[in-house]
Design a protein around this ligand. Structure first.
Ligand code: PLP
Length: 385
């Protein structure tokens, strides 16, 4: 199988697996236990906390381990709304992940207001509309996707944070797709809260991070045993946390070794092959700043649902629209927000590379996509070449 669905989940890196394995086998103590095994697990958790902090330019005491980004996002949204009843407004973009979109719908159900800021045809946030939407003193929170999971388009987070702060609002960055693909540094982009997910950055599923600036207020969603300095109760997932720490270390090395540039070059070669061989193909967000691994492409006259089946049969794993919705093939809200017609959206596939893909397999996959597209088009008596 050629796996081109890294935005849905990444493979676990061999080094990450190796680091976590002992914590699933002989080192199973509870990190809160006072005996030697517990103290050893505690040290491992704290080492991982420093590794994650390092990746995002944070203090390690600001890092809270969670079960994943959905938990981090829910924690921030629920906290912000409860904390500032006199600031009813939540501002988000129109292209958020479902975790934020659904969280925002709940915000409204609880009596709050939500403004969803439009993007242009390239998926870029309308900054003027964003600034205009902020109501000084009435906006509790801005929650913004940093790197889009469907198109890879990157949000202007520094400008978002600056404008939001000027209006007295706090800022949550959904950095799930950014982390490990492009640099994330909370000293340079001073947001207040930031969510990460282990399984999007080469660690396993079921572990994540909520980063809370030491200057930002926070009260926990999960209470109980007082783990994570009272900010997230529940027995720590030591193997997952160790894996996340190691994955952060690997990410940092990859970022420093020109990983993003090389990955973007491969992604561009993949896209060029599609664009030249299938005239009329459209890469969503191609003119915008994008994550180096993501291609969202509309292939003219080629039904994505059929393509997904055909590509699956031919050993290529990719997705149509957001992976979290693959079972339901209605047009993705992200493409809709970019002004895509339903027809164009129905012809859109998302390919997302991982660090483990070789150049050969990616370019061979482009060939397979072309063949499959021609095959489908022929079946429909359409000429696409
Ligand atoms: N935010 C974005 C941008 C995502 O892509 C995802 C997962 O697809 C999430 C949030 C949710 O992350 P998790 O699976 O860790 O709950």
């Amino acid at each position: 199988m050629t796996y081109l669905d890294a935005n849905a989940t990444t493979p676990v890196l061999p080094a990450v697996l190796e680091a976590m394995l002992p914590w699933l086998t002989q080192r199973y103590a509870n990190a809160s236990a006072g005996h030697a095994g517990g103290r050893q697990a505690r040290r491992a958790v704290e080492a991982a906390r420093s590794q994650v902090a390092e990746l995002i330019g944070a203090r390690s005491d600001e890092v809270i381990f969670t079960s994943g980004a959905t938990e981090g996002i829910a924690s921030v949204l629920l906290f912000a709304q409860a904390e500032w009843p006199d600031r009813p407004l939540l501002v988000i973009s129109a292209v958020e992940h479902a975790a934020v979109l659904e969280g925002a719908a709940r915000w409204e159900q609880r009596g709050g207001r939500v403004k969803r800021i439009p993007v242009d045809a390239q998926g870029r946030l309308n900054l003027d509309a964003f600034k205009h939407a902020l109501e000084p003193g009435r906006t509790a929170l801005v929650s913004m996707i940093w790197g889009n999971n469907e198109t890879g388009v990157v949000s202007p987070m520094a400008e978002v944070a600056e404008a939001a702060h000027a209006a007295g609002a706090l800022v949550h960055a959904d950095a799930v797709q950014m982390a490990g693909k492009l640099p994330v540094d909370v000293r340079q982009v001073p947001v207040d809260y930031l969510s990460l997910s282990g399984h999007k950055m080469y660690a396993p599923k079921g572990c994540g991070v909520l980063w809370v600036s030491h200057q930002a207020p926070f009260r926990p969603l999960l209470v109980g045993g007082g783990q994570e300095s009272g900010r997230r109760s529940g027995t720590e997932n030591v193997p997952g946390i160790v894996a996340l720490g190691r994955a952060a270390l690997e990410s940092q090395a990859w970022l420093q070794q020109d990983g993003p540039m090389q990955m973007a070059a491969l992604r561009d070669a993949f896209e060029d092959q599609l664009l030249t061989q299938l005239p009329g193909s459209v890469i969503h967000g191609r003119e915008a700043l994008r994550l180096p691994n993501t291609t969202s492409v509309s292939l003219p006259g080629v039904d994505a649902a059929g393509m997904l089946i055909l590509l699956d049969q031919r050993g290529i794993a990719c997705s149509g629209g957001s992976a979290c919705h693959t079972a339901a093939l209605h047009p993705s809200p992200v493409l809709e927000a970019m002004g895509c017609s339903a027809g164009e959206a129905a012809c859109t596939l998302r390919f997302s590379l991982s660090r483990l893909n070789s150049r050969e397999e990616v370019l061979a996959a482009a060939d397979t996509v072309l063949q499959a597209a021609r095959h489908l088009a022929e079946q429909k008596n359409l000429s696409v070449i």
